[in-house]
Design a protein around this ligand. Structure first.
Ligand code: RP5
Length: 163
């Protein structure tokens, strides 16, 4: 859907309908100039695309994967099962159970295969991107500086607010 050459981060989502949420992750990664891609890959609807994606993760140099899914949200777990790259899961706010189903599906991974689970919806997508950037920033001082700047701007903005 949205690709850059040599992405460091892959943003996956189970359906086009997840984009309204996951575009928040895309926006943060774009703001930080982090090479990334956004792809629709469904664990149950496009299993072959999923298999092809996971087989190429290391070869393509992808370091962190963000996966948003809703309902019986198994995408982050099935990706995590097939890579050592950190996988961050974003529970989509599903219409029927307001994302509680997605949250519990993603967060309750049995011990042994971790998925770092964020909050439901856009805040979760935003934080998944910031966490992915923090992971990359451990070995990239310029990115760490940008992250520090982002925090400082956020703090300054809040301090300026009045009622
Ligand atoms: C999941 O099913 C997707 O992650 C999406 O959140 C949910 C519903 O998909 P659609 O029916 O809207 O395509 O695979």
């Amino acid at each position: 859907m949205k690709e850059q050459p040599n992405p460091l981060i892959s943003v996956l989502m189970g359906s086009r309908s997840d984009w309204e949420t996951m575009r928040a992750a895309d926006a943060i990664l774009t703001q930080f100039d982090v090479p990334h891609e956004c792809l629709i890959i469904s664990a149950h609807r496009t299993p072959e695309r999923l298999a092809e994606f996971v087989s190429q993760i290391d070869k393509r140099g992808i370091e962190v994967i963000i996966a948003g899914a809703g309902g019986a949200a198994h995408l982050p777990g099935i990706v995590a099962a097939q890579t050592l790259a950190p996988v961050l899961g974003v529970p989509i706010e599903s219409p029927s159970l307001r994302g509680i189903d997605s949250l519990l599906s993603i967060v309750q991974m049995p011990g042994g295969i971790p998925v770092g689970t964020l909050g439901i919806g856009k805040a979760g997508a935003t934080n998944a991107a910031l966490l992915a950037i923090a992971i990359l920033a451990n070995s990239r001082p310029p990115l760490r500086q940008k992250l520090l700047g982002f925090r400082a701007e956020q703090t300054a903005r809040i301090l300026k607010e009045t009622l």
